[in-house]
Design a protein around this ligand. Structure first.
Ligand code: G3I
Length: 347
């Protein structure tokens, strides 16, 4: 049901039930969206997806993406190996295709990712020291400049902390250029695109008690106190039975937000099926809505079959493009209802 239809039904009901009911029903009807994007927008949030440029000619894929999502992330096309395949030779063709599709359909774009230990082009993988530092900063500057004005938020640095339980930085060629490589990347990104929100993005930072979460928090707190230009923290949110949504997820998001940065759920997927998967998607959505500075949620793909871990069926649409229980659960939460009650417009 589109907005016009919902409002027509509201008006018909009012003639029977009176003006008081009209006011109450109109309020709830206006708060209800029939798509993820519309329902999230009514809550002052975005709802996005990752897209792969190789699938932009799949009409089922693009129809769902256009209908349901308002924020687009290039799944691979804006990464370092894609955008600078040879040193100093930049190729924006695949990234531009995603951006052009997004802007042509009235969507915003999250940029992913300017500096990362993974998916480096071959020439960069073998570099170290000051030559690598300069190459990384030039990459950040060139790519952020190319997309200036087109990107709502950048994942400036991705996955820079280790999973070894001591909160240390991940060992990488970038880390070995000096501990200040992250702030240097943020400074370069700010200079190149002063209007984009600049995010630090990572995974396994969902539980507040995880040492990795604490280490990222300490870095963001330090950056804020020293004026390093950071605007947001991205929580990738790749969940499965071995790594479920933690009970303290809301606390994690709130603690970071309290540092004065936006928080965003940037790569959400949850392996599973049916009610238990739906329940976890609801929990993540509720946690975001409960934090004023949680500005949006992006799922990491459209249909289960589009996922980087397709066998785990971790997304909101099945391989036939049908809405799953998890989809309805997320929409219900976005519409302000309890999961499963159909949302405020239809209850
Ligand atoms: O494009 C080539 C294709 O030409 C070739 O035939 C094929 C053979 O393997 O590979 C294709 O490239 C693959 C690419 O995805 C596109 O499908 C790469 O091998 C593969 O490594 C790459 O995987 C991506 C992965 O990042 C790489 O790290 C996934 O699609 C992408 O979903 C995933 O996304 C990451 C985020 O960037 C960061 N957070 C974790 C997340 C999941 O791993």
């Amino acid at each position: 049901m589109n907005r016009t239809t919902r409002r027509w039904r509201v008006t018909m009901g009012a003639t029977v039930a009176g003006l008081g009911l009209l006011a109450a029903t109109a309020l709830s009807a206006q708060a209800a969206g029939s798509t993820l994007h519309e329902a999230a927008a009514d809550q002052g949030r975005y709802f996005g997806t990752a897209l792969a440029q190789g699938k932009l000619n799949d009409t089922q894929y693009t129809t769902i993406a256009d209908r349901e999502f308002g924020m687009i992330t290039a799944e691979n096309e804006m990464k370092m190996d894609a955008t600078e395949p040879q040193q100093g030779v930049f190729d924006y063709s695949a990234g531009d295709r995603i951006v052009d599709w997004a802007t042509g359909h009235g969507k915003q774009v999250r940029g992913h990712a300017l500096a990362w230990h993974s998916q480096q082009p071959g020439w960069m993988q073998s570099m170290e020291g000051s030559a690598l530092r300069q190459a990384m900063l030039n990459h950040v500057t060139q790519v952020a400049t190319h997309y200036r004005g087109k990107v709502y938020a950048w994942d400036v640095v991705n996955e820079a902390f280790s999973d070894n339980g001591d909160g240390s930085r991940r060992d990488s060629n970038l880390q070995r250029t000096g501990n200040d490589w992250i702030e240097a990347a943020f400074e370069a990104a700010r200079a190149a695109d002063p209007d984009a929100k600049l995010c630090y993005n990572d995974y396994n930072t969902d539980s507040w008690t995880n040492p990795k979460t604490q280490a990222v928090y300490a870095m963001v707190k330090d950056f804020r106190s020293r004026g390093v230009p950071i605007d947001c923290v991205g929580f990738q949110a790749h969940f499965n039975s071995g790594n479920p949504v933690p009970n303290n997820y809301h606390e994690t998001l709130q603690r970071f937000a309290d540092l004065g940065v936006d928080v965003q759920i940037t790569e959400l997927d949850i392996e599973g099926s049916g009610g238990s998967q739906a329940e976890q998607f609801s929990g993540v959505t509720q946690a975001c809505l409960a934090v004023e500075r949680c500005t949006g949620i992006t799922v990491w793909g459209v249909r289960d079959t589009d996922s980087w871990r397709a066998s785990g069926t971790p997304l909101l649409f099945d391989g036939n493009g049908q809405k799953k229980a998890a989809y309805h659960a997320v929409l219900d939460v976005l519409n302000g209802g309890e999961p499963g009650d159909g949302g405020s417009a239809t209850s």
